[in-house]
Design a protein around this ligand. Structure first.
Ligand code: SF4
Ligand code: ZN
Length: 299
């Protein structure tokens, strides 16, 4: 029996799993995330959230014969960590017969994340591995989705991720970015595949339990670079608060929705151009990926 502190519900295993699946369906409908003939590419890291999303979308997609599901795994090149996750992702793709691709930082950019971390450590300055990882992974996913002719790119961000990102943006002073982080991104540029977050209203704790109940094998070891991230401290703080005040993460989510509406009215939409070096969509003359790769190469 599972007790859901924020709603007071007591659920058996079957009802709990159905409730998570229904929440995902309701979120998809609420934000108009999918159309009946979408080709959806799911970003699967091999962790509990992304594998749970793959299983849920695979189930939902069966009700839409014209929709198509495929998957992508990004291998950032983190020794002893990503290798196992990629293996577990591959097992899930085989079990569900989902077409998939694996793309690596090394092939795309010439560096593994371990090599990037080593370079920045030697220089004793610069960005954290997570800052590189986030930007390079985002690009890798978009490129894979474009190549597969996917119309939507689904990521497994949970309610916890959304609340953490909101606070991170606040702590970094990136208030305007709050308006840009959305469950369904705008059609900002033909070169950017629209991203959807079907699990943005499901607690991370519940995706873990869903994966456990469904006997999904996932990687539980944390990334060795996660320690350095401010996000980690925010996660711990939010978990403490949720424990004491059940439902607080949902309250934050609702506040984000209201703030986003207000901010969107206040800011003018920026129009994207293309990077002069790589031709990918960007705001400035050169994109963040090209800037990062240039910085890494000049030693
Ligand atoms: Fe990348 Fe940081 Fe996540 Fe590790 S914790 S996978 S380095 S973003
Ligand atoms: Zn570029």
């Amino acid at each position: 029996m599972f007790f859901r502190p924020y709603s007071g519900e007591k659920l058996c295993r079957k009802c709990f799993c159905e409730s998570v699946e229904n929440k995902v369906k309701a979120t998809i409908a609420k934000y108009g995330m999918l159309t009946f003939n979408d080709k959806i590419m799911v970003a699967v890291s091999g962790g509990k959230d992304s594998l749970a999303l793959l299983y849920i979308l695979n189930k939902i997609e069966k009700g839409f014969p014209k929709a198509k599901l495929c998957a992508v795994t990004v291998d950032e090149g983190i020794r002893g960590y990503r290798d196992e996750a990629v293996k577990l992702a591959k097992q899930a793709f085989a079990e569900l017969a989902v077409e998939h691709v694996i793309v690596s930082f090394k092939e795309l950019y010439g560096y593994t994340l371990d090599e990037i971390a080593e370079i920045t450590r030697e220089r004793a300055k610069g960005l954290t591995p997570c800052a590189y990882c986030g930007v390079l992974r985002r690009r890798a996913l978009n490129m894979a989705a474009k190549k597969a002719k996917a119309t939507k790119l689904a990521t497994a961000h949970t309610l916890d991720d959304e609340a953490q990102t909101f606070l991170l943006n606040l702590f970094h002073g990136n208030v305007w970015r709050i308006a840009r982080v959305k469950p369904l991104t705008d059609e900002a540029h033909p070169g950017l595949v629209q991203r959807i977050k079907p699990m943005c209203e499901v607690l991370e704790r519940e995706t873990a339990l869903y994966a456990y109940f469904k006997r999904i094998r996932f990687q539980s070891m944390p990334c060795p670079y996660a320690e350095t991230a401010l996000r980690n401290d925010i996660r711990a703080m939010l978990n403490r608060m949720e424990e004491k005040h059940p439902g607080i993460k949902y309250t934050i989510f609702r506040s984000i929705e209201r703030l986003r509406d207000a901010l969107e009215k206040a800011v003018e939409k920026e129009s994207l151009g293309v990077c002069q070096i790589c031709g990918e969509p960007t705001l400035g003359r050169t994109c963040k990926v090209c800037e990062m790769l240039h910085d890494l190469s000049i030693g």
